[in-house]
Design a protein around this ligand. Structure first.
Ligand code: ZN
Ligand code: ZN
Length: 162
């Protein structure tokens, strides 16, 4: 990531001002419970970036882990995360849906996990269950860049697209 270490990896901002990690996802990694599936999604993305793999396992519904372990996550040293776009997030009673693109670089080129993730409220906390994945969709030239630089895509990471 091309950004100062103190900014939150999830890219959250208030009126264009990026939040620091201390102001944003840090508290969830320390044990605060996200009140909305979007906050859980953001904190899970930040945990991927910061390699807080314990947090990823703890916030993944155990019935949906399918053998995923912290050791498996620890063994991935390849993924270079590049930015998170939350496209849509809603909660409805004890379920939540978050559509997002989690951008990363592979061989110097941008690609994304584009997913509609499902979340469930279980015993007082939100947990990730499973998701449906789609092809990545790059921003349009004049849209904000996916890396949270605040620049337009055409003035920023477009060179990393094909
Ligand atoms: Zn954050
Ligand atoms: Zn960019």
């Amino acid at each position: 990531m091309n950004q100062p270490i103190n900014l939150c990896p999830c890219g959250q901002d208030i009126l264009g001002q990026r939040l620091s990690y201390a102001e944003c996802c840090h508290r969830f990694h320390q044990g605060d419970l996200p009140s909305h599936p979007e906050l859980l999604m953001r904190s899970r993305y930040s945990a991927f970036v910061l390699r807080r793999h314990d947090y990823l396992i703890a916030t993944h519904h155990p019935d949906f882990l399918n053998g995923l372990t912290r050791a498996i996550l620890d063994s991935d040293n390849q993924t270079r995360w590049h930015g998170l776009q939350i496209i849509n997030a809603k909660k409805n009673g004890q379920t939540g849906l978050v559509t997002f693109q989690a951008w990363y670089l592979e061989n110097g080129k941008l690609d994304a996990i584009h997913e509609v993730s499902q979340f469930k409220w279980v015993n007082g906390k939100w947990l990730y269950t499973e998701g449906q994945q789609f092809s990545a969709i790059l921003p349009k030239r004049n849209e904000p860049c996916l890396c949270h630089s605040g620049k337009k895509f055409k003035q920023c990471c477009i060179a990393l697209a094909n």
